[in-house]
Design a protein around this ligand. Sequence first.
Ligand code: C5P
Length: 235
Amino acid sequence: MTRPVIVALDLDNEKKLNELLPKLGKPENVFIKIGMELFFNEGPAIVKELSKQDYRIFLDLKMNDIPNTVYNGAKALASLGITYTTIHALGGSQMITAAKEGLIAGTPIGKNVPKLLAVTELTSISDEILHKEQNCNLSMEQQVLSLTETAKKAGADGVICSPLEVKSLRQNVGDNFLYVTPGIRPAGNDKDDQSRVATPAQAKEWGSTAIVVGRPITRATNPEAAYEAIKKEFN
Ligand code: C5P
């Protein structure tokens, strides 16, 4: 099986989407990440439509609420035809389990249940915020590991993490789990606002299940060629 390269669209409206998508190649060869910007502006209809066109979709909404609300939210998302979606591991094991149950309940008969990925600590959270605002006494590394273990026990299918964390998480949490990693830059690309990055080849070597790549593809002169080159390097 080829390992997925997911294009982070980071767009906020359908017009921009329609300009970019045809430049990425045939829908059945394209895996896209849709975030809050597009979803909140255009609504679930756009996700359904793209799924109908055969795009594979990672819907990144990072749910975090009481278990009953997340169950109902996840159930609704499961009818849109998506492959991956996200929750915050900080919402706790009951919430994670509820999300998974909601996805199962909402998946139409004969379709695959979307994979549930947990976000541990956001990369925007510094050690200082972790200790002073979240009042967490663990190191960032211990906290990420602990949340990953919680997510796995509660029924998540994987985590979003840095490619630099995959090796140690695989050792501690095991291989029977998905490790989906942003923060990817092919050699020679601008790092933009990412600080610790890996190339697609390094992500492969270190064990990423799938990589999320935005600007190196979306801002390339030839996005399809850039996308295909990254797929090749990762596989
Ligand atoms: O353009 P770039 O390749 O940096 O985009 C990476 C994508 O992954 C963006 O959608 C970004 O929000 C997301 N992301 C990230 N780092 C994380 C979590 C998500 O870059 N830790």
